[in-house]
Design a protein around this ligand. Structure first.
Ligand SMILES: [Zn+2]
Length: 339
């Protein structure tokens, strides 16, 4: 119970911590945080948020836990492989902390449901594995008037920045989304778990400062845990930013965006990204060779993963064969092509 002896003992090291104190702890207890993505970043940050006594944690994730996720995850283990990530993480955290308030949303956050899924959150933490969804989260947060903390990791590096309603927002940093297939992914380039731990820790520090009104100088941190290279840059709202300085919410509009179609009777899903890419299939083949069997079939590169295969064209269009599930195909596309 808030304010009783157990509460004082549980949070004693935060109650004597100058920037938090009793007033701050009470404020954290009234704060709702939505964590989008329950993988490497999300499981790290969610565990910390719950331990610290944030009032309500909403976990949103579309994926199922795989054995290859475990080296960088927290809380989850072998027994959870095959379970929906958000559901499994919420269940285990509730078992550890029965007094906590945690909610699992096992859904793909899209342009169509982003506002509904993030509604009621005081702030949002990014645990995503793709830029497409980040632009949707950005527009949704600007629309709802709530801050969010961007976090990205790949190989041994990470990026983290608090983004505020009124700016700076994601589009102040990166005005347009990258082309499909232009960024490295954890699947083919790898990821060191420390990068996830560090970035998630900074995100939770930012979340705490935002909840307590103590973050007034937003900065982008770019770090590498292998080279010890850390750069901290002031970031500012762009006056011509369509999202935070205007009312453009183009990423919340469904329509000519990414088209994902389950191909009837074929056990296949087609993914057609909104922005035409120009993927170097030779370079992609060299990366894919590390994760599966690769063959070149004319204008198309095929990655055979056993039960499923990805057939990729230079434009970024892909056919995912071996599944008729749109969510499964989108998840594979994000991992092996990147978006
Ligand atoms: Zn902006």
């Amino acid at each position: 119970m808030v304010g009783d002896d157990r509460w004082h003992e549980r949070y004693s090291r935060q109650l004597v911590l100058d920037p938090i104190g009793e007033e701050g702890q009470l404020r954290l207890g009234e704060t709702t945080v939505a964590v989008v993505g329950a993988g490497a970043l999300g499981s790290n940050s969610a565990e910390m948020l719950v331990r610290m006594g944030f009032g309500h944690v909403r976990l949103i994730d579309r994926d199922v836990l795989e054995l290859s996720n475990l080296h960088r995850a927290r809380v989850l283990g072998d027994a959870h492989v095959g379970q929906p990530k958000a559901h499994a993480l919420a269940k285990e955290l509730m078992a550890l902390f029965p007094e906590a308030s945690i909610e699992a949303v096992d859904e793909d956050l899209t342009a169509g449901n982003a506002l509904a899924l993030l509604e009621g959150a005081d702030l949002v933490l990014d645990g995503l594995d793709n830029m497409t969804t980040r632009y949707i989260v950005n527009d949704a947060c600007m629309e709802l008037g709530i801050p969010w903390v961007y976090g990205g990791i790949v190989v041994t590096g990470g990026l983290v920045a608090p983004l505020l309603p009124g700016g700076p927002c994601l589009r102040c940093l990166f005005p347009e989304p990258p082309e499909a297939g232009s960024l490295q992914t954890c699947e083919s380039a790898g990821i060191h778990p420390s990068a996830a731990g560090v970035v998630a820790s900074i995100q939770v520090a930012h979340a705490t400062r935002l909840a307590l009104g103590q973050l007034d100088r937003p900065r982008l941190i770019a770090l590498d845990i292998w080279t010890d290279d850390w750069r901290v840059m002031d970031i500012e709202a762009r006056k011509d930013c369509p999202s935070c300085s205007g009312s453009n919410r183009e990423f919340l509009e469904e329509g000519p965006g990414e088209a994902v179609t389950s191909l009837c009777g074929q056990d296949a899903v087609q993914i057609n990204p909104a922005r035409r890419a120009s993927i170097d299939l030779d370079a992609r083949a060299r990366e894919w060779e590390k994760v599966g069997q690769v063959s070149r079939r004319g204008p198309m590169l095929v990655l055979d993963l056993g039960d499923v295969s990805i057939h990729l064209f230079t434009t970024g269009r892909a056919l995912v064969k071996g599944t008729a599930e749109v969510a499964v195909a989108k998840s594979l596309y994000t991992r092996y092509v990147g978006n």
